[in-house]
Design a protein around this ligand. Structure first.
Ligand SMILES: *[C@@H]1O[C@H](CO)[C@@H](O)[C@H](O)[C@H]1NC(C)=O
Ligand SMILES: *[C@@H]1O[C@H](CO)[C@@H](O)[C@H](O)[C@H]1NC(C)=O
Ligand SMILES: *[C@@H]1O[C@H](CO)[C@@H](O)[C@H](O)[C@H]1NC(C)=O
Ligand SMILES: *[C@@H]1O[C@H](CO)[C@@H](O)[C@H](O)[C@H]1NC(C)=O
Length: 336
């Protein structure tokens, strides 16, 4: 071989090597570029270029699996997209079959409903849509994605009822639908959530009615139903045998005898303010060693604040505006 043809071959190899060594799967790249197009080519996605490798950390929000999993795109985390005009969630997200994490956050021109193509993501574990204007009911077709472990839909424009099919997702660990316009009652079916469900937060919606008795057997780490229009008895959420860390029921119309409640010893945070709780404070509160936040203000509680635990260290404002609570840290009881 002549020197010049060797050089020629060398140059060819040099020229094609970057393309050959690209890790990004061609189908994934095509899907991502289509997603960019369906978002109206926002400048925030200018790093998504046909000429670069989507798996070398240069494509904002895109991560790929390792070699064992053929470097397929498995993580799409899009924030502050700054869309030039209103667009729906691109249907092409369904063309990234290895995705296990999909998040779209802080994108005010994101409108419309969740596209049905999302059910093609059969490995999806975490779905987050937060601080957008995505609307409509939480679609029933999400129940087809059996791998889902976490649904976080904070502060969007979702409406309709709480989806009664949620317990059919066997691996669900967290469901957070705070800050939407979801109305109606909590479905009885929620009593059949699997043990995997540890976080349930529905604050700042338009929920009404009573908490179904079926929920008594659930053992959450964290439950937040604050800022709704719920009423009646919420004592099923408590229980001395549970492992609950945080309960927030503030700003509802719950009415039950708090004195009869048995609290779990693990409680760290308990917000019950702005309800119609009556009775006394349960003695069990004194055995909560790690109680950090406790607020029962604006209820109809009465009687002596039990002595012990952290109850005397809690700010007086957390006991204020009740019927007749008394004793440290409030003033002495007069006629008790
Ligand atoms: C590749 O990723 C999978 C899933 O995350 C993991 O189980 C495996 O250990 C990883 N392999 C290597 C070589 O890092
Ligand atoms: C939703 O749209 C309204 C009206 O256009 C706008 O004021 C609001 O900021 C948007 N919300 C979010 C979370 O983007
Ligand atoms: C919120 O959803 C309602 C319908 O449910 C719709 O009329 C309204 O335009 C939506 N708001 C925005 C800002 O998208
Ligand atoms: C209850 O509502 C008030 C007024 O809207 C708000 O300031 C407060 O943060 C709410 N408390 C909780 C614990 O949600």
């Amino acid at each position: 071989m002549s020197h010049s043809s060797t050089l020629f071959l060398f140059l060819i190899v040099l020229f094609f090597t970057p393309a050959l060594s690209e890790l990004c799967n061609p189908q994934d790249k095509e899907a991502l570029l289509q997603i960019k197009k369906e978002f109206g080519n926002p400048t925030t996605l200018s790093s998504w270029l046909p000429t670069s490798d989507c798996c070398n950390n240069n494509w904002v929000g895109v991560s790929c699996a390792n070699k064992t999993q053929s470097y397929r795109v498995n993580h799409l985390d899009l924030n502050d997209l700054n869309l030039p005009k209103p667009y729906p969630i691109p249907p092409s997200v369904g063309n990234l079959p290895y995705l296990n994490f999909l998040s779209i956050t802080n994108t005010n021109n994101l409108v419309g409903t969740i596209p049905p193509t999302i059910t093609k993501l059969t490995m999806l574990r975490e779905l987050q849509i937060r601080f957008t204007n995505v609307s409509g009911e939480i679609p029933h077709f999400l129940s087809q994605i059996k791998t889902l472990e976490s649904i976080i839909f904070h502060y969007n424009n979702f409406s309709g009822n709480l989806p009664p099919w949620l317990p059919s997702l066997p691996n669900l660990y967290r469901v957070s639908l705070d800050g939407n316009r979801i109305s109606g009652t909590i479905p009885d079916s929620f009593g059949s959530f699997s043990d995997s469900l540890k976080l349930m937060t529905f604050s700042d919606n338009r929920l009404t009615g009573e908490i179904p008795a079926t929920l008594a057997k659930l053992d959450f780490d964290f439950v937040d139903l604050s800022q709704n229009m719920l009423e009646g008895d919420a004592s099923v959420l408590f229980g001395s045998e549970k492992h609950t860390l945080q309960i927030n029921l503030a700003n509802n119309s719950f009415a039950f005898d708090f004195g009869k409640v048995r609290v779990s010893k693990t409680l760290l945070i308990l917000y019950l303010s702005h309800n119609r709780l009556y009775g006394a404070l349960p003695e069990g509160l004194t055995s909560l060693k790690n109680l950090g936040t406790f607020d029962v203000s604006y209820n109809e509680l009465c009687g002596k604040i039990p002595r012990g635990g952290r109850l005397q260290k809690i700010d007086v404002s957390s006991y204020s505006h009740n019927k007749c609570l008394c004793g440290s840290p409030l003033p002495k009881c007069k006629h008790l």
